[in-house]
Design a protein around this ligand. Structure first.
Ligand SMILES: [Zn+2]
Length: 356
């Protein structure tokens, strides 16, 4: 033991001061207890080692060593008692709330990115005077194919592409349309709405559709579309283009341009693929538009007269346009997500990145 810490009045004072300092810095009751044991414990503590010195000390020093050891022990015990009283007086009762702590905000959820896109679509078209309508996902072949100018031999009706159901639709017993399926497109809502209403018509119909596809980077067996249908007297291709341009400028960017590429759908004539100019590079070519400057959005066209005839409209009097756009497609572009599967996995780490 160093000479300056041999039992004497000064070393007692030093140990007491050190004990107080350590105790004041104790992080927990357990911590404080171990500090106390180092000074007062029966084995290997400061007081215990001083007591041991008595046995080996010269006879004339035994008394002094004993006196200082007792002084130290009493001083440490007194401070330990004080510390305990103080801790008890200031401790919060179990379960009490510390009102001085900053508040913890509850985590707020938000809409799914696909819902955000759908809501935005509905908002834009509602403002243009469209009505939002919804309809059944389980359909019959007539609404999904026949009425849309896709007769029995049409390849879209193939079991390879369409998910048929084993049970007939309720209420259609004995009807030749009773073969039921999961709708492959939202165009079924054109038929259902026209059957129930007379022109003029302006509707958007968002909803889920189903295809016999495997889930991969860009495909899903279930996805969402939004369908639009406008029918009236004198509706032209210019109305179609103007409506889509107004939508694309609201949805993506005010400077966007539109392009129609000739295409074929059985239920529209003429038919077109709808492209918009890339809003990231303004048509110059970038990764998002795959260097083409254009982004494919969906299909559109003027309603085929055969569709009007199927629902009993006068195809000589009325014209109309229709289009369908994938909601996931818009979300992928808007949020720059490359894998469609991320939208279905409900992983909060992904979803939390897109609060609006
Ligand atoms: Zn681009």
């Amino acid at each position: 033991m160093p000479a300056d810490l041999l039992p004497n009045a000064e070393s007692v004072a030093q140990h007491v001061a050190a004990f107080e300092r350590e105790l004041a810095a104790a992080a927990s009751p357990r911590d404080a207890q171990s500090i106390r044991d180092r000074y007062l414990g029966r084995k290997n503590s400061v007081t215990a080692s001083w007591m041991q010195l008595i046995a080996s000390a010269p006879p004339d020093q035994k008394k002094n060593i004993g006196r200082y050891a007792n002084e130290l022990k009493q001083a440490i015990e007194a401070r330990w008692t004080q510390y305990g009283e103080h801790a008890a007086a200031t401790a919060r009762p179990a379960g009490a709330v510390d009102v001085t702590l900053p508040g913890r905000l509850p985590a707020l959820g938000h809409r799914h990115p696909l819902t955000v896109v759908r809501d935005r679509l509905e908002e834009i078209f509602t403002r243009m005077g469209f009505t939002v309508v919804e309809g059944p996902e389980v359909e019959d072949e007539w609404h999904c194919f026949d009425a849309l100018n896709m007769p029995a031999e049409h390849p879209a009706r193939d079991m390879q592409d369409t998910l048929y159901l084993a049970t007939p639709m309720p209420g259609l017993d004995g009807d030749p349309r009773e073969r039921t399926l999961l709708r492959t497109h939202t165009s079924t809502m054109q038929i259902r709405y026209m059957q129930a209403h007379q022109p003029p018509i302006r509707i958007v119909a968002p909803g889920r559709v189903y295809r016999r596809d495997n889930l991969d980077l860009t495909h899903s067996p279930a996805f969402a579309q939004v369908e639009a249908l406008v029918v009236g007297e004198g509706i032209s291709l210019a109305d179609l283009k103007g409506t889509l341009l107004a939508f694309a400028r609201e949805m993506f960017s005010p400077n966007i341009r539109l392009r129609f590429r000739a295409s074929f759908f059985p239920y529209t004539e003429p038919s077109a693929e709808l492209d918009v100019s890339c809003w990231q590079c303004d048509g110059a070519g970038c990764a998002m538009c795959k260097k083409s400057g254009w982004i494919e959005l969906g299909g559109c066209g003027m309603v085929h007269p055969a569709v009007f005839e199927a629902v009993g409209y006068d195809a000589e009097r009325y014209t109309g346009f229709a289009w369908g756009i994938g909601i996931e497609r818009i979300a992928i572009l808007r949020y720059q997500v490359e894998d469609i599967r991320l939208f279905y996995e409900n992983d909060l780490r992904f979803l939390e990145q897109f609060p609006y």
